[in-house]
Write a protein that binds this ligand. Sequence first.
Ligand SMILES: *Cc1c(COP(=O)(O)O)cnc(C)c1O
Length: 842
Amino acid sequence: MNVIGQVTVLPQLPEAIGRLSELAYNLYWSWTPHAQALYRDLDAEIWERFQHNPVRVLLEVSQDRLEQAAADPDYLGRYTQVMADFDAYMGKKDTWASKNAAALGPVAYFSMEYGFHESLPIYSGGLGVLAGDHCKSASDLGLPFTAVGMLFHQGYFRQLFNKDGWQEEAYDELDLTTLPIKPALTAGGEEARVSVQIGHRDVHVRVWDLRVGRIRVLLLDANVPENEGEDRKLTARLYGGNQELRVQQYVLLGVAGIRALRALNVPAQVYHMNEGHAALLGLERVRELVETGLDFRTATETVASSTLFTTHTPVPAGNDAFGYDLMDRYLGRWPSLLHTSREELYALARHDQFWDGHWVPTFSMTVFALSMSRAANGVSELHGEVSRDMWKFLYEGAEAREVPIGHVTNGAHNLTFTSQPMRDLLGTVLPDDWTERLEDEEMWKAVEALSDAQLADVQLDMKREMIAFVRRRLREQLTRNGASAADVAGTDGVLSENALTIGFARRFATYKRATLLFRDKARLSRIVNDPERPVQFVFAGKAHPADNPGKAFIQEIYRVSQEPEFRGKIVILENYDMNVARHLVQGVDIWLNNPRRPLEASGTSGMKASFNGSPNFSILDGWWREGYDGTNGWPIGEEREYADLNTQDDADAFSMYQTLETQIVPLYYAPPQPDAEGRSGWRQVVRRAIQTVSPRFSMQRQVIDYVNQYYLPLTERGAALARNGSQRAREIAGWKSWVRQQWPHTSLQASAHLPATARPGERVEVQATVNPAGIKPEELRVEAVLKRGDHFTRVPLTPQGNGHYSAQVPLEDSGLYSVGVRMLPEIEGLSNDLEAGLIKWA
Ligand SMILES: *Cc1c(COP(=O)(O)O)cnc(C)c1O
């Protein structure tokens, strides 16, 4: 036909279900299966085809179907209930924050990626899902909170396996009109635009508004007509491109992110930077203050005092650092904008690294983030320790344990990952308001009351659902790759609902050792093919497009899954995303994780599995090192590191097979031997997993920890330093400059009268002589440091006049003591002892 024009007829929502549109634009639905069902039931085919996207359903559904639903009493009843729940959630006044954190200032949270739902693919893995979950719980708890991120219009990538099991990447251009986002509007009702200079170009940025329950997420988008071609691609792909592009994206996130908050009048008192990606927000905040007349150092003190930095990466290579020449191209103007020098600015980020055969100073995003914050944390206890060790070189003279990086162990958003049948079951024993106090460990003890049969029923349901999903996905993949009809039909026999099923899904970074299971294939085959007690595995995961070793892991698993002895018993699914994650964590019997310790900063997928009664089976790394209690899952390997990777892999693989053969498989298949309450071994582990992991590793607990440990103190500190035109910040900045200048002129000598041996409780005399070079005695802490094994004690020496200091230092217990004396400058109001960065040992 000769087309002379086109017109789209949009379905119109009947009044009776008129608010479906409003709800579609609030991700409240992403953790509310009953709300999702309203859209799915309008058109299940559209729902599946477009990644469970409510906005898309409303754009594509037929008018007839809408009229039908609006006249269906059952549908209307469910609609009314969901909307009432939604209104109650949105209108809730007595939130956790209102009761427990009334003094909390508004938080601005920055992350490069967010994983909220599969229909909004602006995440690559754990970091993004964690950020998305953080936002959801911030909403649940009623925090004053706004998040800032990027709208990647090609997402991360869609993963496809070719016939040989090699990963291929597809980049689909998102149609923004089908996403649950709207242009952010200024007070004047205009679409917000901000601009930022990147290199020599002005890049224009559109700001999108995403509602996540009660909070907002601002998403930056450079793909606007005002920008030149290359600039429009700045927000095309997450973690795509080279270093050059990365720096530009960081400028965008940090600088344009702050400008977006200002353009929309979003209040912010505490700034939370996740990874070094967000660190450049400090530049813009300092610039704002310098513009009001503050000097660079005072402005920097002010900005840092209200900023938290969270590091998520335990490997040095995972921390971006760029050559100075590269930074010059993008930060060239910034020193003058900030009334400082390039040297002073870059010193805040300097990390000397061995590149191409020599040492060069680099601009490390993590070092800059540490400099531009006054609180920092890792994401599990062990990761805190690893981080302190990794960054201790920045704190010369300090012990690793003193490095001011704490930890908040990660959690996951329970409701996003817990299946509706499991939620219904939990609702039968937990109090009515259980979804509002997920962090309450006492409350979760009620899970003991669930019977074996109740759990078994729900878990079988979830497993069937997962198996059907796996078969559907494999069928699609085989059909696309031109497999024979027989092979396609064969997918009907993949996986058995009666076999012990183990899930493994995550990014295929090599440290996660996806192929460790295959280290002894003969042994694996005996485990899998045991006729009485079969075991099967489901794998999924993406490798970064540039990570060929990661892709080789995928291919190896794919090949094993094609071998006759493993066919239908080991499978690997394409395109791991939040949808695949939900199906797997809900449907498998056990969750497996075998990273190379200590490289898993936290890990979160095992938490999601435990919420659903799939106990965790993992290396004692990240969260599991804290979560495992002897009853709620199984460990792999020991609590230790190895010098030799091969030895470590051997030991861990051996432990994994051993535990599977001697503990997990026998327990799973043991005939029920109920105790007095009718409970038997396997389901007892299931109950323990649910009741211990759900509260302690809830995102709710995590966000509460952030509020108490960091957001509240930073609110107060930030305000104290900013008061009266940053008076206190100016004093601290001035004092730091002064002590840094005087420090080289100070001196310290010390002596201790140590007997050859001593008795526990005995005191020894320690003396020091100090030349303070003009630094006031009350601003100098002179102290003895005692080390005995893991024990570390500091005992202040008291001034005796004339620069002499002394103390009687107790040797409290038996053992070999090492004694040292050091001094450091201190004044009130510093965030920690090492803030001035000066320590002198005698
Ligand atoms: C939870 C989740 C992750 C992170 O899992 P880890 O255990 O931290 O590796 C990655 N991707 C998706 C889609 C997830 O849901």
